[in-house]
Design a protein around this ligand. Structure first.
Ligand code: SF4
Ligand code: FES
Length: 261
């Protein structure tokens, strides 16, 4: 089993608002079969043995499906592999003697809680503003009862893959949440069950995105490049069209009040 030795520079920050800095660590005898987070586990075991504070980082499933993990590896959210989360990044991607710089997501709407852990509850509030269907859509219909063109169904499923990790925000020079929000709007707005609340949904979620302090989209495409689920920026254009239509034909109930209210 091949092993490598690495020089890490890890962002250490004791808490929100505390000053942070990059701290150098040696990671020795790292198996190339380990995942990136397992490598951090090994480093943390060494820190704990020495009586030092372990590096705080988020993770849960470690299978690329939950969206909990996330850090910037050598300047790229989730690291060098395209279409992958950092928990699915493997150490065979690195060479013996490499220096790896590890930082948290950097965005005003994602304040650092500790080290590599950021507060992503702004995403929860965007979802709460309208990322759901509240009409009574009944129980699951028979697969062929409502005809949906295959392309439309595929697009909705592609958008539904967003795991809410926040890499799109971290990659964007404006710290825009447009890719995330468009995915959450599109996967509902493309399907029949999402139509009755389509206008209210887009208005409320876009407005909440602004309230949270995310920047505007200026079509850089960095978000799509780092998204582990390869969500396409075409969704942002769809969101903008929906928002414009909702604004132009604004009905009083579209902006105010809760769904179904
Ligand atoms: S759009 Fe992609 S990068 Fe952004 S939160 Fe969803 S899965 Fe993560
Ligand atoms: S820990 Fe769940 S996606 Fe990485």
């Amino acid at each position: 089993m091949a092993t490598i030795n690495l020089n890490l520079k890890v962002w250490r920050q004791a808490g929100p608002g505390a000053p942070g800095r990059l701290v150098a660590y040696r990671a020795e005898g790292i198996s190339t079969e380990m995942s990136f987070l397992e490598m951090l586990d090994v480093v943390n075991e060494g820190l704990i043995k020495r009586g030092e504070d372990p590096i705080a980082f988020d993770s849960d499933c470690r299978e690329g499906i939950c969206g909990t993990c996330g850090c910037v590896v050598n300047g790229v959210p989730h690291g060098p592999d395209r279409g992958s989360t950092v928990c699915q990044l493997h150490m065979r991607r690195f060479a013996d003697g490499d220096t790896i710089v590890i930082e948290p997501w950097r965005a005003r709407a994602f304040p650092v809680l500790k080290d590599l852990v950021v507060d992503r509850t702004a995403f929860d509030r965007v979802i709460r503003a309208g990322g759901y269907v509240s009409i009574n859509a009944g129980s699951a219909p028979d697969g062929n009862a409502i005809s949906i063109p295959r392309d439309t169904a595929e697009q909705a499923m592609d958008m539904a893959q967003c795991i809410g990790c926040g890499a799109c925000v971290a990659a964007c020079k404006n710290a825009s949440a447009a890719l995330f929000t468009s995915a959450k709007i599109s996967h509902l707005g493309l399907l029949p069950q999402g139509q009755p609340e389509r206008e209210r949904r887009v208005m409320r979620m876009v407005e909440q995105m602004d309230v949270e302090g995310f920047g505007s989209c200026s079509n850089e495409g960095e978000c799509e490049a780092v998204c582990p689920k390869e969500i396409k920026i075409a969704g942002i254009a769809r969101m903008n069209r929906d928002y414009l239509r909702a604004t132009l034909f604004r009905r009083p109930e579209a902006a105010a009040g809760g769904f179904g209210g």
